[in-house]
Design a binder for this molecule. Structure first.
Ligand SMILES: Cc1cc2nc3c(=O)[nH]c(=O)nc-3n(C[C@H](O)[C@H](O)[C@H](O)COP(=O)(O)OP(=O)(O)OC[C@H]3O[C@@H](n4cnc5c(N)ncnc54)[C@H](O)[C@@H]3O)c2cc1C
Length: 612
């Protein structure tokens, strides 16, 4: 295998993957291992990741989100009234491995009904949970509780509880036990068995229990094929478009070097031929752009930027979804075990944690800050509190499917937020996100050629009140638990709602030692307004973008069929998170992997390759 910049590469391959992220890496790795004679080219916009500690050391994930990061691309939405006039900025992996190389290594799997909906409601035979569970197992070796049902035993990616069980996690579990008595809280629970809801449990991580390394795609699917001369990974490449013959069959791609990484490279358009298949695997923001620049999309979108339409496919770039998340920080006692120093790129903290990590793969460096969480469905009184805006959603969508959680909640042993806005010290954060938001957005190109041009991006966030009310409730619910943890030392005003000084809900700005809190906080109308304003001003991306090239019938706005073929052309598939027709109750890495695995099987079957 060659991981090269600019040259050498051949003029012709059997398969070209446009994008070198999570799903693409699984496809390349599986196909190359099964048939080393297949000539595969993977074209990635960003830089290589091989053996780099910022990628292999799990706790360093925030390094990739720092301003000026070269391993993610930031997409800014149009300002939205629903977000207090803000623009939402969504970072996406932009390096070999894509999201798998920069994500927070939080292991979360969808529930069965999410995938069953893909099959029954969107007409995709072969995509139900019974078909996908074997593929979920295929990707992983589950070290957290070896032998646990539904998990894998021999896959390339290791799943564990990480290198430490922090006191933040332990105290959060205890606070849940005491405060949230309508739900169970057990260390032995498996919240990721595709069905468990309303049970707080230890949260798994995409981290190797022995080596302490990130379970990313490149180091486990792609780089192990280095002996294979027929697999080429070309980095710093902007795929502009797919080329076609007169019968609308994909013949290859056109690309330019990404000037961000290769400022001195030529500015010409390069062409490579694919004799058998082109796969767009550039993610939820990237794949619709490749289709649109190739003339596949909605007429007015293409006309606006001067692209001649090849196929009228109005669903391209539509249906954008994510999970709406908030992280609310609390001051912690000095003895709190947090990854704050590492997350903030403090060199002393990094070298201290690296010492243990290099020795035995353990400690804070083999961690992602999340030890305990819950997939939560509202209990009857809570549903009442969600009120009218949520009732219809509940009755139509959630009530008939008892495995579907409405939210995820958990504790993070770190400050998530701007450190310069709060007093120095240790922090933990309460995190919560909605699993299946109602509102949809879109992503479209604004330039016919320039891959780096900002996108026409509407996140859709909080445009439907059914998406808002669970978040308002979750602030109050998690605040009760955060205050009941013995490590609690206060609520930093800059990163909480602006409650009036004489409100019963006012903040406890600082305490010097553990406090005993038994009373629930009472919220008046003004307090509720403060929480809504706060939620609109602070809700952010969960980095789980999906749905912009949906796999569903063409007449319903679909872009690909259930074999992942783009409607209206041949020889072109889309395989990444953009194909998800519906959301999943989970952080999305697991689903991106299963989409890659399923895509590899479909390609293998069509090309007559066995052993995938
Ligand atoms: C910061 C962050 C944190 C996350 N945390 C978690 C987590 O803890 N747990 C979890 O389950 N999920 C998490 N996720 C989500 C998960 O990692 C992603 O959903 C998943 O990796 C997406 O896979 P994909 O194959 O669809 O796209 P990606 O992995 O994003 O791959 C797309 C690739 O295509 C490249 N590309 C785009 N356009 C072009 C072009 N024109 N030419 C060439 N290349 C192009 C991009 O650079 C990118 O590398 C996180 C994601 C991010 C970004």
């Amino acid at each position: 295998m060659s991981t090269v910049e600019t040259k050498p590469y051949r003029d012709e391959y059997d398969i070209i993957l446009a994008g070198g992220g999570t799903a693409a890496g699984v496809i390349a790795g599986r196909l190359a291992a099964a048939d080393p004679s297949l000539r595969i080219l993977m074209l990635e916009a960003g830089p290589p990741t091989r053996d780099m500690l910022t990628h292999t050391q799990p706790a360093r994930f925030l390094h990739h989100l720092m301003p000026g990061s070269t391993t993610v691309r930031f997409h800014a939405s149009a300002p939205s009234d629903a977000l207090g006039g803000r623009s939402l900025v969504v970072p996406c992996g932009q390096c070999v491995g894509g999201g798998s190389s920069v994500n927070f290594t939080m292991y979360t799997r969808a529930v069965r009904s999410d995938y069953d909906d893909w099959e029954t409601e969107f007409g995709n035979a072969g995509w139900g949970s019974a078909d996908l569970l074997p593929l979920l197992r295929k990707t992983e070796t589950y070290q957290a509780q070896p032998g646990a049902p539904t998990h894998g035993t021999a896959g390339p990616l290791k799943v564990s509880y990480g290198g430490l069980y922090t006191n933040v996690g332990k105290e959060f579990l205890e606070a849940a036990r005491k405060f949230d008595t309508g739900r169970e809280a057990r260390e032995s629970a498996d919240p990721n068995d595709l069905k468990t809801v309303n049970v707080y449990g230890r949260w798994q991580k995409w981290i190797d229990a022995e080596k302490g390394t990130r379970s990313d795609v490149p180091h486990h699917f792609v780089y192990p094929n280095e002996h294979n001369e027929n697999l080429t990974v070309l980095t710093a490449v902007h795929v502009q478009r797919v080329t076609f013959d007169e019968h609308n069959r994909a013949t290859g791609v056109e690309f330019v070097w990404n000037p961000r990484f290769l400022p001195d490279a030529d500015r010409q358009v390069h062409k490579v031929t694919a004799t058998r298949l082109v796969v767009a695997s550039a993610g939820t923001f990237g794949s619709p752009g490749i289709l649109e620049r190739s003339g596949i999309g909605r007429k007015d979108v293409l006309e606006r930027v001067g692209i001649a339409q090849r196929v009228d496919l109005p669903g391209v770039g539509e249906g954008y979804q994510d999970h709406n998340v908030l992280f609310v920080p609390y001051m912690a006692a000095p003895e709190a075990e947090t990854i704050d120093g590492i997350a903030q790129n403090d060199t002393d903290a990094i070298s201290a944690a690296s010492g243990e990590w290099f020795k035995n793969g353990k400690g804070l460096m083999a961690h992602n800050s999340i030890d305990i969480g819950v997939k939560m469905r509202p209990l009857p009184a809570e549903l009442e509190a969600f009120g009218e805006p949520f009732r219809k959603r509940w009755e139509q969508y959630y009530a008939p499917k008892p495995d579907k959680p409405v939210m995820w909640m958990g504790a993070l042993a770190m400050l998530v937020g701007d450190p310069s806005a709060v007093p120095q010290g240790k922090y933990y954060s309460m995190g919560y996100y909605t699993e299946h938001p109602v509102a949809r957005g879109h992503v479209h190109v604004t330039d016919a050629n320039d891959v780096a041009a900002p996108l026409d991006f509407d996140s859709g966030y909080l445009k439907d009140d059914a998406d808002l009310v669970p978040l308002l409730w979750a602030y109050k619910h998690t605040r009760e638990m955060a205050r009941r943890m013995p490590l609690f030392r206060g609520e930093p005003a800059a990163l909480h709602p602006r409650f009036a000084a004489d409100s019963a809900a006012r903040l406890i700005e600082r305490v010097e030692g553990p406090v005993v809190i038994e009373e629930r906080i009472e919220y008046g109308d003004e307090d509720e307004k403060a929480i809504e304003a706060y939620t609109r001003e602070r809700v952010t991306t969960a980095w789980h973008a999906l749905g912009t090239c949906a796999m569903k019938p063409r007449e319903q706005g679909g872009v690909v069929d259930s074999k992942l073929n783009v409607y209206g052309v041949s020889g072109l598939k889309v395989i990444d998170m953009s194909i998800c027709p519906g959301n999943v109750a989970a952080n999305t890495y697991s689903t991106a992997l299963v989409v890659g695995e399923k895509g590899a099987l479909i390609i293998a079957e069509e090309l007559g390759v066995s052993g995938v």
